[in-house]
Design a protein around this ligand. Structure first.
Ligand SMILES: [Zn+2]
Length: 642
């Protein structure tokens, strides 16, 4: 735990290093345009360095000043192409960004960013990538999302999630572009071409620069959330770093050879590093190799080739700007960070009946990873050392996250495995900008519900157990004729069925045992909880006309048809005076939503005077009950012999 992990070190070195300005000789850097990405709060300064082959302006350091609260940084040996540039903001911690030729001898271009008085400028990050300068303002100044999406299984469908280009916050933009042919080679142009509208593809006869000017006049937005400019081996893993906010899609695997693939949506990979192979074990301890490529316009792809491909997982840095892909077995004695964090709060929001949102909050920024398999989600909280197990388990009870197993990993942190998931469920993980909270959203797939309904082997049914459902009850009278209520007949007959079945040793449960109201949902939930072999619902029919009479048996799922046939056969046999109206495939709620063979018997018509008078007699009720019992027993015996 004493080691300060390289991620933090690297980030600090990467972003905060004070590097000696080198006075460049020869051709100055051409500073071309000032842009603002309003989704990630990135200030983007496009340059074209004709001096060096690397095309990089000198590394930069910014200076903070007060009255007004502002920062500035100078680009040495640089000339501003065109006029002074300025962005003015409203309703933003950034008030203004100005770019101007500060001096001409020597040539210095100065950028000044003015902020609201209470804005903490110490969190600003300044980097140069591919000859361009990016200022990352944290927390996001305009996009007020407290959470950054870092893992997303719906990534393929994910649209760029930035705020509208024509942001209400930007009042005025003056960004002339005067250089013409060279723009095509600039990174900003590159990104725009990769992610921008088709009008930028230069296919409509317009010159690229005309199109670009049009675009800028309405406010420029990078069409990518993340820009990768480096990936290097570290501790037998791969460290991917860049600018913006990284997010990953669900990992998947390929064989021959074994490979793990992580797609990074909304990510642009610098051309200079594409498709370079990286040996993850330069010490020779493994043969694992990593490679990054631009998979398509919107997606960068990491491929790890390894015999242990399935063990690799992505670990996010606290600022979600770097990704460390590693086999955690290799991390056993390595602390990822020296900062110990504890879970101080966990709660679940039920968004709707398919969506649960788990929010974990921590005392300090956390370093974490996730491992998703087809039926589980495992969360690694690498620097969490303590938590209230009882509270956490209690919180997660009755959510999609259960069953949950928690374990403390020596020298690593906490591993929380949630096993109640299917591969069709969609998992999204967001991290707060201060890295002190994680939001895990699980959207249960409908597929899962459908499978539960149709896949009977999924259920462990209790042998010889029957759930009986007396239709209606309480305030729900069912059909009413001449002061006779359906709900009373159904309960009476159901209780007779119950009595006979019990006398023969069957286990019976009733969805209601008295004159109370029970919703259809609760009847199904009751039966599902009981897990019987079969479900039988008793109703009395009615019609507007007084003519119809007789008995009907309804089923819906194929697995219920046998039961319906057998029970109906006995009803017809036992009640020869009643008309046989036959079997019906009907989507009644209780026989549709129960996952065991389920039928609904309409044991006669209350609206038919003759049948009504018979239905209230002990004789008819008893014969009906006896017939249904005989049907049930024959069915259950048959099912047993199968
Ligand atoms: Zn009814």
């Amino acid at each position: 735990m004493k080691k300060v992990f390289f991620l933090i070190t690297l980030i600090i070195l990467f972003f905060k290093a004070v590097l000696l300005p080198v006075s460049a000789e020869g051709e100055p850097v051409k500073v071309m345009s000032l842009n603002y990405d309003n989704s990630s709060s990135l200030v983007y300064i496009t340059t074209k360095d004709t001096n060096s082959a690397a095309g990089e302006p000198q590394p930069l350091k910014y200076v903070g000043l007060s009255n007004p609260n502002r920062i500035y940084f100078d680009i040495n040996n640089a000339v501003l192409i065109g006029e002074k540039q300025q962005l003015v903001f409203e309703k933003s911690p950034i008030k203004e960004i100005r770019l101007a030729q500060f001096e001409t001898n020597p040539n210095i271009v100065r950028t000044v960013i003015t902020f609201e008085e209470d804005f903490d400028t110490s969190k600003i990050k300044l980097v140069t990538v591919d000859g361009n300068i990016i200022v990352k303002v944290l927390p996001p100044a305009i996009n007020n999302d407290y959470f950054n999406l870092i893992y997303d299984e719906s990534a393929q469908k994910q649209e760029y999630s930035g705020i509208n280009v024509n942001s209400q916050f930007i009042k005025k933009i003056t960004v002339p572009v005067q250089e013409t042919s060279e723009n095509k080679d600039s990174v900003i142009g590159d990104i725009q071409q990769a992610f921008g509208e088709s009008t930028l593809q230069n296919s409509d006869g317009k010159t690229y620069d005309e199109v670009m000017s049009v675009e800028i006049s309405s406010g420029l937005k990078l069409r990518t959330k993340y820009y990768i400019n480096q990936y290097i081996p570290k501790n037998n893993g791969l460290l991917v770093s860049g600018v913006g906010q990284i997010s990953a899609a669900k990992m998947f695997y390929l064989t021959s050879p074994d490979r793990a693939v992580i797609d990074l949506p909304n990510t642009y990979l610098s051309r200079s590093v594409r498709n370079k192979e990286v040996n993850l074990c330069p010490d020779g301890s493994c043969e694992d190799v990593a490679k990054l490529g631009q998979f398509d316009f919107c997606t960068a792809r990491i491929v790890i080739t390894s015999n242990n491909a399935d063990k690799y997982m992505p670990i996010y840095s606290q600022d979600s700007q770097s990704l460390f892909v590693v086999n955690p077995d290799k991390l056993n004695h390595t602390a990822l960070t020296s900062v110990v964090s504890n879970i101080n709060k966990a709660f679940v929001k039920k968004i709707d009946n398919r969506t649960n949102e788990l929010i974990l909050s921590f005392t300090e920024p956390i370093v974490h990873s996730i491992q998703r398999t087809d039926n589980s989600l495992t969360l690694y909280l690498f620097n969490v050392q303590s938590y209230n197990e009882q509270d956490l388990i209690k919180t997660l009870n009755n959510t999609y996250y259960k069953p949950l197993t928690l374990s403390l990993l020596p020298k690593i942190g906490v591993k929380a495995k949630m096993s109640g998931l299917s591969k069709e469920d969609i998992v999204k993980i967001e991290q707060s900008v201060d890295a002190k909270a994680l939001k895990i959203t699980i959207v249960k797939s409908k597929q899962d519900e459908i499978r539960a309904l149709n896949d009977r082997p999924f259920r462990k049914k209790l042998k010889d157990k029957i759930v009986l459902d007396a239709g209606h009850g309480g305030t729900d009278y069912g059909a009413i004729r001449e002061g006779i209520n359906e709900k009373d007949i159904t309960l009476d007959v159901t209780q007779r069925i119950e009595a006979i079945l019990r006398s023969k040793g069957y286990k019976v449960s009733l969805t209601r045992t008295d004159d109370t109201y029970v919703s259809l949902e609760d009847r199904v939930a009751f039966s599902e909880a009981e897990v019987p072999e079969i479900f039988v619902s008793i109703h009395v029919n009615s019609a507007v006309s007084s003519d119809p009479n007789g008995i009907e048996t309804h089923w819906y799922h194929d697995y219920s048809k046998d039961l319906a046939e057998v029970v109906h056969k006995h009803l017809v046999k036992e009640l020869p005076n009643a008309k046989d109206r036959g079997l019906f495939k009907s989507k009644f709620y209780v026989i549709n939503h129960t996952t065991v063979p389920a039928i609904l018997c309409e044991i006669g018509f209350l609206s038919n005077e003759e049948e009504r008078n018979e239905l209230i007699t002990d004789s008819r009720k008893q014969k009906t009950a006896k017939a249904i019992v005989e049907g049930i027993i024959e069915y259950l015996k048959g099912a047993k012999n199968k």
